[in-house]
Design a protein around this ligand. Structure first.
Ligand SMILES: Nc1ncnc2c1ncn2[C@@H]1O[C@H](COP(=O)(O)OP(=O)(O)OP(=O)(O)O)[C@@H](O)[C@H]1O
Ligand SMILES: Cc1cn([C@H]2C[C@H](O)[C@@H](COP(=O)(O)O)O2)c(=O)[nH]c1=O
Length: 209
């Protein structure tokens, strides 16, 4: 595939959606073809997973999210990669390693149902202290039952640290970034150079293969 698959995960309120939007704009301004997307996807399974977390919990939500991921890969992500786009996905497998564990699903089950998902070219994990992310979620308002205050953020952050180790062992190219209270523009600037370099390097290798 001639494109580049970049994923962005991290605790609620860390700035994933904001970063994806800015990154997509900066890369497009530099002339790259970019496809920004998110999980759960905008399809039927994804919309159900996103808006019905009160109904679907534990193993059923884990399977729903994984089914949406495989459909999203087949119908949106891979076709855009084949067409040469930089695909930037807001949440991917790392989110399942964390959210499904918070929902009481055993790690082995979560890892098994996600084991056939494509490995990204770059898996970014944004980090920030729990007080900062919890305050942002409180200011913005909770969207779902996973957004529930500083204790939840602390648990989520600890699970992300574990997810980084587990995914690195599965040869995910992880880039974990401490964002602290840096402005969103600074975070995007830092990432844009890294992604552009990776894309140019990949394109050169494809051209000479
Ligand atoms: N670096 C930042 N500095 C200050 N505020 C930020 C920063 N990044 C995001 N915000 C603000 O924090 C809130 C959450 O941001 P955003 O929706 O991008 O986070 P998220 O990680 O996608 O959250 P969620 O997982 O809950 O959807 C928004 O109100 C956003 O404007
Ligand atoms: C990718 C992914 C998502 N979910 C669920 C949890 C929430 O209901 C939404 C994400 O909403 P947010 O606004 O991005 O916080 O999807 C999940 O349980 N597992 C996943 O891997």
């Amino acid at each position: 595939m001639s494109g580049l698959f970049v994923t962005i995960d991290g605790p609620a309120g860390v700035g994933k959606t904001t970063t994806v939007r800015l990154l997509a704009q900066c890369l497009a301004d530099r002339g790259y073809r970019v496809y920004a997307t998110a999980e759960p996807s905008g399809g039927l399974l994804g919309e159900t997973a996103r808006h019905h977390t009160e109904t679907y919990r534990g193993h059923s939500l884990a399977c729903l999210v994984a089914a949406d991921r495989y459909h999203h890969l087949a119908t949106e992500i891979r076709p855009h990669l084949h067409a040469g786009h930089i695909v930037i996905c807001d949440r991917y497998v790392a989110s399942s390693y964390v959210l499904q564990r918070m929902d009481g699903v055993p790690r082995t089950f979560v890892e098994a149902i996600n084991s056939a998902a494509d490995r990204p070219d770059l898996a970014i994990v944004l980090r920030a202290p729990s007080a900062i992310v919890a305050a942002r979620v409180a200011a913005r308002g909770a969207h779902n039952r996973f957004h529930a205050g500083q204790t939840t953020s602390e648990h989520e952050i600890a699970l992300y640290e574990e997810a980084v180790q587990r995914l690195a062992a599965r040869r995910y190219p992880i880039l974990a970034i401490d964002t602290g209270d840096a402005p969103p523009g600074d975070i995007a600037d830092h990432l844009v150079t890294r992604i552009a370099d990776l894309k140019d390097h990949t394109s050169r290798n494809v051209a000479t293969a």
